[in-house]
Design a protein around this ligand. Structure first.
Ligand SMILES: *[C@@H]1O[C@H](CO)[C@@H](O)[C@H](O)[C@H]1NC(C)=O
Ligand SMILES: *[C@@H]1O[C@H](CO)[C@@H](O)[C@H](O)[C@H]1NC(C)=O
Length: 342
C-alpha cells in the first residue's frame, strides 16, 4: 500500500509551542491572503457505499467501505449502542461477516466518552490495534487486519513531519537570516540563539510547500517573497514522537527588504552578504547550500563574489521548479522537477 496516507497528516506534529507563536505572529502582522491550497484529499479507491447495497448477507454493525476494501464502522453506530456488551457481541458477528466477504481490515472510531471499550477491543480475543487519534473529532481510531494468511499491510499513521526553510536571496546577494529565542518561554528568561539560521517551519495540513515557505518567512520576518524553486532537502530520523523529517530549502526572491521580525518567535533578523556569511558563520546547512548549489567556497578570501553595483544576483547551478501532474478528475498535484539554470 502506498504511504500516501502517512504523508498527508504530517504537519499535525507542529508543537503547541510553535503553534502558539504562529497564531500570535499572524495576529501581529497584517493579514496577507495566500493562494488557495492545492491540497487533494486521500484518494478513495472504492467509493463509499453502504454495505446494504453490496450484499444481502447481513452484517450486524453498519459500516462504510473504505480504501482497499476496508470495513469502517460508522462512529454513530457505537454512539447509538448504549451498552458496550451489545456492541461487542455485534462486533464478533460482524468480524465473521467481514472475513467471509473478504474485507481486508476493520476500523472503529471510539469517541473519547466511550473509551472504556478500548480495553475489550484491544484484548487478545478481539485483537484490535490502536492506530491514531483524531483530536478534531475526539476519537481514538482502532484497526484490525482481517487476513490471517497475509501480512498486515495497513500503513501506520504519519511517519514524517515536513519542514521548509526560505533561502531568501536579494539582488545584493544578501541572504535573510534569523535568530530564535532559546530557553524558557517567559519574556524575562529568554536568550537569543547563538547561530544565524534560515527562517522556516513546518507545513500545515493541506498547505503546499510554496505556501508554507512564503508564509513562514513572512510570519517570522515580515518579508513577502516569491517562490523560485527547491534547492535542497534533507531526510533525517529520530525526531520527537519517533517521527522522521523531510526538510526543504527553497529559493525565494524578496519583494521588499524591510524587516519586521516576529517578537514572539524571533530575537533578531538581518540581511547578510554571502561573502560575509562564508567568512564568519558556520551553519552547516546554509554552508552546504552555498557550496553545492551556488559553487561558492568562501573562507580563504579567493572566491568572493563582491558587493559592487555591477554584481549579478547569484544563480544556483540547478533548482527544482514547480509544475503540475494532472490526473483526470483530480486537482493538479504540485510537482517539482530540476532545471539547470542559464
Ligand atoms: C476480551 O473482551 C471480551 C469482550 O469484553 C471478553 O468477552 C473476553 O473475555 C476478553 N478476553 C480476554 C482474554 O480478556
Ligand atoms: C478526523 O475526522 C475528520 C472527519 O471525519 C476528517 O476529516 C479528518 O481527516 C480526520 N483526521 C484524522 C487525523 O484522522
Amino acid at each position: 500500500m502506498p504511504s500516501l496516507a502517512s504523508v498527508i497528516f504530517l504537519s499535525m506534529f507542529t508543537s503547541a509551542f510553535a503553534r502558539y507563536g504562529k497564531l500570535y505572529c499572524s495576529a501581529f502582522l497584517p493579514h496577507k491572503p495566500l493562494s488557495s491550497p492545492h491540497f487533494v484529499s486521500r484518494p478513495s479507491l472504492t467509493p463509499h457505499v453502504s454495505q446494504k447495497e453490496l450484499s444481502t448477507d447481513s452484517c450486524p454493525l453498519e459500516f462504510d467501505v473504505g480504501p482497499y476494501n476496508a470495513a469502517e464502522v460508522r462512529t454513530a453506530t457505537l454512539e447509538q449502542t448504549s451498552s458496550d456488551d451489545e456492541f461487542l457481541t455485534k462486533l464478533h458477528e460482524s468480524l465473521d461477516y467481514w472475513k467471509r466477504n473478504e474485507y481486508t481490515s476493520a476500523w472503529i472510531n471510539v469517541p473519547v466518552h466511550r473509551a472504556r471499550i478500548i480495553e475489550a477491543l484491544s484484548n487478545t480475543t478481539l485483537g484490535f490495534d490502536l492506530h491514531h487519534t483524531n483530536s478534531t473529532q475526539r476519537t481514538i481510531i482502532m484497526k484490525k487486519w482481517l487476513r490471517d494468511d497475509k501480512q498486515d499491510l495497513i500503513p501506520p499513521f504519519a511517519t514524517h513531519q515536513v519542514g521548509c526553510a526560505g533561502f531568501v536571496l536579494n539582488d545584493r546577494n544578501e541572504i535573510l537570516l534569523i535568530k530564535e529565542w532559546t530557553g524558557p518561554y517567559t519574556p524575562s528568561g529568554r536568550v537569543p540563539s547563538k547561530q544565524w539560521k534560515l527562517p522556516g517551519g513546518l507545513l500545515d495540513a493541506g498547505e503546499s510547500l510554496e505556501e508554507a515557505t512564503i508564509r513562514e518567512v513572512y510570519e517570522e520576518t515580515g518579508v513577502s517573497c516569491d517562490f523560485e524553486g527547491v534547492l535542497a532537502f534533507w531526510h533525517r530520523h529520530g525526531l520527537k514522537f519517533g517521527k522522521s523529517d523531510l526538510y526543504y530549502v527553497c529559493l525565494l526572491r524578496p519583494r521588499s527588504l524591510e524587516l519586521m521580525a516576529c517578537p514572539v518567535e524571533i530575537s533578531d533578523a538581518r540581511w547578510m552578504h554571502v561573502d560575509d556569511f562564508l567568512e564568519c558563520e558556520d551553519h552547516p546547512l546554509i554552508t552546504h547550500v552555498l557550496k553545492c548549489s551556488f559553487r561558492l567556497e568562501g573562507g580563504d578570501g579567493n572566491n568572493k563574489i563582491g558587493k559592487g553595483e555591477n554584481v549579478m544576483r547569484l544563480k544556483p547551478q540547478a533548482k527544482m521548479v514547480t509544475g503540475a501532474v494532472q490526473w483526470p478528475g483530480r486537482s493538479p498535484y504540485p510537482t517539482y522537477t530540476s532545471v539547470v539554470t542559464e
